[in-house]
Design a protein around this ligand. Structure first.
Ligand SMILES: *Cc1c(COP(=O)(O)O)cnc(C)c1O
Length: 348
């Protein structure tokens, strides 16, 4: 997602986030009985859809977002594409969309990135963002799973997130609207979750905040995510992130961050985090760092929290030591400057 894209994503080269697209895309259709076609590469262009297609009315759709990087050796590599494709299928399962063949899809995504290799920017900090998605295409207004679907994947060259170094952003703690609720579809990457968040995002922007810190939908008490990123806090020597409880999207970056922290011998726990604990930590200074994690920004430090009319400081308001270390480690692996001990990078 384009977390904070209006802020820091409009960096070097003016590419921004998700504004430009490469010349090709993948396309595959599904029909009951015959199943999914093999995805094929076609020129990028508009889709012709029946206005009754279910996606327009009932939002039966899922998407993914992953990045490819051009290394110094001239080869392109994708970051953990298998995990993204597996998650696409998990989102499909939740939204009653028939699953895709994961091996076939990985090959297809590789083929697309290879076809548009010249479109992968190689200025410092840039990457190619790959956006696969599935839409329900059956032209029928009854509320029921569609009997036909279209899979599409498009690619967008994206600019450097931190052309002037990591800059912590102010965040608005949303105490009324919620993003998702356990039992709903918050753990699926599906359009409605993001449309549901726009209203709060507008309120955040009016207060000069870049994004929303989401609280749980039942008590408005537990921290869930920040914008469309997972969220981490460092209290003293302990790093915490909320557990995946059905309302939180299981980020691939979140998983990578947890693994790195644990390998570094840093106590990293998945546990419920009350907003009151965050507020108290800001007041007594034990809240040393807070940051969001996601494909677009990798690590996005939080500088302050706007909570019930109050502005709360996070650490010293600069990018924290751990945020910078984590960003450096992941960015280094993704760009080939650091060894890829986990086998996260997949050659295109
Ligand atoms: C995509 C997304 C994330 C981050 O997932 P990554 O796999 O790390 O990119 C976190 N939260 C939400 C709501 C998301 O949509």
């Amino acid at each position: 997602m384009g977390q904070y894209e209006t802020e820091s994503g409009s960096g070097a080269g003016g590419l921004g986030f998700g504004r430009y697209f490469t010349p090709h895309m993948l396309i595959a259709d599904y029909e009951e009985g015959t199943g999914w076609q093999a995805p094929r590469i076609v020129p990028y262009g508009p889709l012709a859809l029946d206005p009754a297609a279910k996606v327009f009315h009932y939002g039966q759709t899922v998407f993914e977002g992953m990045k490819a990087y051009k290394w110094k050796d001239g080869q392109a590599r994708l970051f953990r594409p298998r995990d993204h494709i597996r998650r696409l299928n998990r989102s499909c399962e939740r939204m009653c969309v028939p699953p895709l063949d994961e091996a076939l899809l990985l090959d297809a995504v590789r083929g697309l990135v290879a076809a548009d290799r010249d479109g992968i920017p190689d200025d410092p900090g840039t990457a190619l963002y790959v956006r696969p998605f599935v839409i329900a295409t059956e032209p029928m207004l009854g509320v029921a799973p569609s009997r036909t679907y279209r899979f599409v994947a498009i690619c967008s060259p994206v600019g450097a997130y931190y052309p002037e170094g990591m800059r912590p952003v102010p965040i608005y703690v949303e105490t009324e609207h919620v993003r998702a609720v356990a039992g709903g579809v918050g753990d699926a990457k599906t359009a409605g979750n993001y449309a549901a968040g726009l209203k709060a995002q507008e309120a955040a922007a009016r207060l000069g905040c870049s994004q929303v810190l989401w609280l749980d939908g039942i008590e408005r008490k537990y921290v869930e995510e920040v914008g469309s990123m997972n969220v981490f806090f460092r209290f003293g020597d302990e790093v915490v992130t909320p557990p995946l409880g059905g309302s939180i999207l299981a980020g691939v970056t979140r998983d990578a961050i947890l693994r790195l922290l644990r390998e570094w011998g840093i106590a990293a726990r998945e546990r419920p985090i009350e907003i009151g604990e965050v507020v108290a930590g800001s007041r007594d200074g034990s809240l040393a760092e807070a940051f969001g994690t996601g494909t677009a920004a990798v690590v996005s430090p939080i500088g302050s929290l706007h909570w019930r009319g109050e502005r709360l400081a996070v650490g010293r308001g600069e990018a924290g030591e751990l945020s910078r270390r984590l960003y450096g480690a992941l960015d280094g692996i993704q760009r080939g400057w650091l060894p890829d001990a986990h086998g996260w990078m997949e050659l295109v």
